[in-house]
Design a protein. Sequence first.
Lengths: 177, 313
Amino acid sequence: MPESKVLLDAAAVQRVLARMAHEIAERNDNSSQVVLVGIQRGGIYLAQRLADLLQGVWGHPVPVGHIDVCMHRDDLDQHLAPQVHPTAIPCDVTSKTVVLVDDVLFRGRTTRAALDALNDLGRPRAVQLAVLIDRGHRELPIKADFVGRNVPTSLKERINVQLQEEGGADGVFLEHL
Amino acid sequence: MIWNRKHLLDIQSLSAEEICTVLDTARAFKAVGERVIKKVPALRGKTVINLFIEPSTRTRISFELAAQRLSADVINFTAEASSLKKGETLKDTARNLEALNADIIIIRHSATGAPHFLSRFLNASVVNAGDGAHEHPTQALLDLFTIREKKGAIAGLNVTILGDILYSRVARSNIWALLKLDAKVTLCGPATLVPREFEQMGCRITHDVIEAIRHADIINLLRIQHERQRKTMFPSIGEYASLFGLNQARLASTRPDVVIMHPGPINRGVEIDSDVADGERSVILEQVTNGLAVRMAVLFLINGGKGPQEISG
């Protein structure tokens, strides 16, 4: 078992998501044009939770979809073929403000792939990025608009995000490999 | 999710989990085909060669489009316009294609085992697009994909394969795949075209068409392969149609939710009547659409590298 340290417990995850939802609401006056898109897999649950919280703020449902970036990755030659899931976004993203949602922002390559994948689906008016954890070590010029918690890490560490949708309790852990 | 194969040579050597991996992956690729931009960059910079030593239109076009939708470059190579006519061996032809830095070679050949043969000395990935009367793995995978889409699950279904089993690589691949996924397979056709050997694989054999289709959830019709028959295996096409052809009268004895499949090209009025082929229970054209998605999935999976399956960041 790797050594594990709690970064966020269940209550903290809730508080952080509530703040992020308010920040998204503050940044986007035109609430009817906002679509939340979760990145497979962890981002899907977080996007749904943020959409529920935003509905509380805005008073109307917020469209939420999910996107799979495997077909757009730049490291397909270096790995066995990854598991691909269908992409499903409930509306045309053209001229909408898309908020991409992911659990952990690390090298930035998944976000890059998500931007390319999104581009194939339409031309959003703007794309914003919301992540629960930013652990640093970017390899591309990518920055999140909404961050739950900045966590300086070493490359020997791993962030483990557990969400109640997958069974068990919410929690974010820093593991030393 | 299990996949670490470099080639797709046959269904016989695949596990049930591997078959399901292809079917799950194909779901995502089917969605790509429904978008305005029907193309993803997964095979950008790769070269795919369609090496079709035996004539084919639909399978070649399906593979060609699948490769193009994955952003690969595709070259079509047909036997009629090649050095094979000048006496070059298959091995030399394949080596020459590999010298052009081909990454994936898709082969159709009249000889059983031709894809396996190529895979033993090529560095490129090899996909079997039909080898003689042996196997046609992507056809079986697209048939299973279609069945799963229509019926939800495959285990426990009654699947009847009706027609020319003896000469059919589609039948062989389908039988392997269906049995691995725990379907119950019934074979039906003239005794000369349905060898008893298939009983040893676990299939039920009957020569009574009504008995074969009465309880079927799926009827998969196979074309009578004139080109593979060296001698006449049944008296006449007309007799085949009257004894085994699927028409409205025979359809009346089936389950109301039966699904009619056919790998194409169909011989209207022989193995299937026009009003059945074009009827609401037929999924023949959906099979074509699904074939594209399944072939994209296969090319995507075999193109994978050697590292771990889980990727992050």
